[in-house]
Design a protein around this ligand. Structure first.
Ligand code: PLP
Length: 384
C-alpha cells in the first residue's frame, strides 16, 4: 500500500466499479455509440436492444415488470421524482406526506421543498434502535395523507425498516408508499412484491456499478398510480423522465445487480463476520456506543460514537489512516452533527465523535485489524 493512502472504509458513500461491470459497459462507450431512441440504423438498434435487456434483468432482479422501471441519474433524482411527482399528481386528494427523521437528505430535501408550496410533512421519530416509531406512524396518517416515504436501509447506521408492515398499514388506508432503497439493493434480498411498495428508488454506485445511473420503480398494476413528470423533453421513459438514455451506464447497472445477486449470500455472511470482528475489537476500548440496531442492519455497516472525546480531533486523526465517514457523505460538507444520530438520542458531542465504518467487497481481515489498531492508538492517545 502507498504510504499515506488510507484504507477504504466508505462503501456506504460509494463503491468502486466491479471489473465485470466495467467490461460490460466499454463497448457502449466506443463501438456502439448509438442513441437508443434512433430507430433508423444499426447503432440505435443495438443500443436499444442493450437497454431493453438491461431493463428486463433489473426488473426481474426486483421481481418487477420492465415497464415499471424508470431510469434516472441516481437515487436523488428518483426520490425527487417520487415525492414531487406524487405530490403534484395527487394534490386534489390531499397535501400531507409522512416521512422519517432519519431519512437521507435526498428525501428530506424534496420534502422541505414541498413544504414551501403548501404541503404538510410529518417527520416521524424513531426508536433508540433506529426503527420507525409505530404508534407515531399510525397516528400521523390522516384522510389527506397521500404518501408515506420510509427508507429501507439507513445510510448512516444501516438499520433496516420493517417495510412490509408499514405498506400493509398504509394500503389498508389507501395511502401510497415510497421507499429509498439505495443502500439495500444488492446487500439484502429485495422483492417489490414482498415489500408491497408502490415506488422505490435505487442507484448503481452503491453496489459496484457506475455513478450517474439509478431508477425509480413505479408499480403499474390497477388502480394505476399517477405520477407527474419532473423533467420534460423528448418523452423518454414513457414520458416520466425525458433525456437520452445513457446506454453504457444502464448496461453497467444491470451487470452490477446481476453480480450482486450472485454474491449476496456469501458476501453478506463474510461482511457480517468482519463487522462483528471490528466491533469486538473496538468494544474493549470502553465508552464506545454502537449506533442503531445490532442485527437488523446492513452486513457491512458499523457506526460507533466515542464518549468523552473531541469529535473533530478524533475524526481528523482517524482519517489520515482510514477513509471513514462521520455522518453521511452528503452532509459532511457542512460541519453539522448527524441528524440521524441525534434522532436516536445521541448528544451533539456523541454525534460529532461518531465514525461510520463501511465494509465492502475488497475489505479484508487485515484491513479490519488495521482499523482496530488505528482506533485503539488514536483513542488512547486522545484520552491521555
Ligand atoms: C447514496 C444515497 C442516495 C443518493 O443516491 P445518488 O445515486 O448518489 O443520488 C440516496 N439515498 C440513500 C439512502 C443513499 O445512500
Amino acid at each position: 500500500m502507498f504510504p499515506g493512502k488510507p484504507i477504504y472504509f466508505d462503501y456506504q458513500a460509494t463503491t468502486p466499479v466491479a471489473p465485470q461491470v466495467l467490461t460490460a459497459m466499454l463497448p457502449y462507450f466506443t463501438e456502439i455509440p448509438g442513441n437508443p431512441s434512433s430507430k433508423e440504423h444499426w447503432f440505435g438498434w443495438e443500443s436499444a436492444a442493450a437497454v431493453k435487456q438491461a431493463r428486463e434483468f433489473l426488473a426481474a432482479a426486483l421481481n418487477a415488470q420492465p415497464e415499471e422501471i424508470i431510469f434516472t441519474s441516481g437515487a436523488t433524482e428518483a426520490n425527487n421524482l417520487a415525492l414531487k411527482g406524487i405530490a403534484e399528481a395527487y394534490i386534489t386528494k390531499g397535501k400531507h406526506i409522512v416521512t422519517v427523521k432519519t431519512e437521507h437528505a435526498a428525501v428530506l430535501g424534496p420534502c422541505h421543498y414541498l413544504e414551501k408550496y403548501g404541503f404538510q410533512v410529518t417527520y416521524l421519530d424513531v426508536t433508540p434502535e433506529g426503527f420507525v416509531h409505530w404508534e407515531s406512524l399510525k397516528q400521523a396518517l390522516t384522510p389527506g395523507t397521500i404518501l408515506v416515504s420510509v427508507m429501507l436501509a439507513n445510510n448512516e447506521i444501516g438499520v433496516i425498516q420493517p417495510l412490509e408492515k408499514i405498506t400493509q398499514l398504509c394500503h389498508k388506508r389507501g395511502i401510497l408508499v415510497h421507499t429509498d432503497a439505495a443502500q439495500a439493493l444488492g446487500k439484502i434480498p429485495l422483492d417489490v412484491q414482498a415489500l408491497g411498495v408502490d415506488l422505490m428508488s435505487i442507484t448503481a454506485h452503491k453496489l459496484y456499478g457506475p455513478k450517474g445511473i439509478g431508477a425509480l420503480y413505479l408499480r403499474r398494476n390497477h388502480p394505476r398510480i399517477q405520477l407527474a413528470a419532473q423533467v420534460q423533453g423528448g418523452g423518454q421513459e414513457q414520458g416520466f423522465r425525458s433525456g437520452t438514455l445513457p446506454t453504457p451506464l444502464i448496461v453497467g447497472f444491470a451487470q452490477a445487480v446481476t453480480l450482486a445477486a450472485e454474491l449476496l449470500a456469501s458476501e453478506s455472511a463474510r461482511l457480517t463476520q468482519l463487522r462483528e470482528m471490528l466491533w469486538q475489537g473496538l468494544e474493549p476500548l470502553g465508552g464506545i456506543i454502537r449506533n442503531g440496531h445490532w442485527t437488523q442492519t446492513l452486513p457491512g455497516c458499523l457506526n460507533v460514537s466515542v464518549r468523552g472525546l473531541d469529535g473533530t480531533a478524533l475524526i481528523r486523526e482517524i482519517r489520515s489512516h482510514l477513509a471513514i465517514s462521520s455522518g453521511s457523505a452528503c452532509s459532511s460538507a457542512k460541519p453539522e452533527p448527524s441528524h440521524v444520530l441525534q434522532a436516536l438520542g445521541r448528544t451533539v458531542a456523541e454525534s460529532r465523535a461518531s465514525i461510520r465504518f463501511g465494509l465492502g467487497r475488497d475489505t479484508t481481515v487485515s484491513d479490519v485489524n488495521q482499523a482496530i489498531s488505528v482506533m485503539t492508538e488514536t483513542v488512547s492517545q486522545l484520552r491521555r
